[in-house]
Design a protein around this ligand. Structure first.
Ligand SMILES: [Zn+2]
Length: 289
């Protein structure tokens, strides 16, 4: 008992984890990646085949917006909108322009939100996704504007809306302009709802601040990816403010489900089949009406 063989069996590993005497320099560059949570060495190919979920501990690695589009929508179905909308620096915040440039270079996108029309198993949807690698998926005026324009199109074309969020909240460099996007996105989503249209919101790690407090939690169906942190302010800030210990598991996806804040915690692999099921079900309801 307790031997490495037993541990591997317990974890149901298909292949042994690299142990002990292997030094990092022995591993060919780019071939293996260390899990951020359990530190096991995972072959890049295995990780990619598993949709970038650790096969050992089920840790969900963060995904770029482009990776989300590839995993969620039908191949070549995505028609991007407003790709060239660029943020300005309305408050002349120092270093903001540099940060935007760096995020653009890192992600290849002009902003933290990518929006457009596409299909999921041949069902047409209006789709938006936030990129956690672009200024932590924060919402400035362009993110709000792109989202509002997408929802306007969804209303005009009577399309269901699917949004995948990952965000640190409102973008502080744009101050009040960022905060105003909360009201703007909430208002247009209300009109989408009043038109009898379906909005499925998928929150991923992390979804916090002004994004969690506006459109991300206004879906008819609220799904959260396994292991994601969902909340408003960070746990450390809350703890310092209220001077009390927070309950165990505070702000995890599982905690939010237990307290009735969301509808379902989903594994990454389940997202596309579940979206298909929900969209089909909604189509049937609409046809019957
Ligand atoms: Zn792991």
């Amino acid at each position: 008992m307790g031997s490495i063989v037993d541990k591997l069996k317990e974890r149901n590993d298909p292949k042994p984890v690299l142990q002990g005497k292997i030094r990092p320099s022995d591993i060919p560059a780019g071939l293996f990646i260390a899990c951020e949570k359990c530190h096991a060495a995972i072959h890049q190919k295995v990780l990619d085949e598993n949709l970038r979920v650790c096969p050992h501990c089920q840790h969900h690695f963060r995904l770029s917006a482009r990776e989300r589009i590839a995993m969620t929508l039908d191949v070549d179905s995505f028609q991007e909108m407003d790709a060239d909308l660029m943020s300005t620096n309305p408050l002349n915040m120092p270093e903001y322009a540099d940060k935007l440039d760096k995020s653009r270079a890192l992600t290849g996108n002009n902003e933290a939100l990518i929006s457009g029309l596409g299909t999921i198993n041949a069902i047409r949807v209006a789709f938006a996704v936030l990129d956690p690698f672009f200024m932590m998926g924060s919402m400035g005026s362009v993110v709000g504007e792109k989202l509002a324009r997408l929802v306007e199109i969804a209303i005009a074309k009577l399309l269901p809306l699917v949004i995948i969020a990952a965000s640190g909240g409102a973008r502080m460099q744009e101050g009040i302009y960022s905060l105003m996007q909360m009201a703007k996105t909430a208002a247009v989503i209300k009109r989408h709802s009043d038109a009898g249209l379906l909005f499925i919101s998928i929150m991923t790690d992390p979804t916090t601040g002004g994004v969690a407090a506006s459109f991300a939690t206004l879906g008819d169906i609220l799904l959260v990816e396994q292991g994601a942190l969902i909340g408003f302010a960070g746990p450390r800030v809350i703890k310092q403010t209220i001077q009390q210990d927070l309950p165990e598991g505070f702000q995890t996806a599982e905690f939010q489900l237990l307290h009735g804040q969301i509808d379902l915690v989903v594994k990454r692999k389940q997202i596309r089949p579940l979206l298909t099921q929900l969209l089909l079900l909604h189509q049937q309801v609409l046809t019957r009406e």
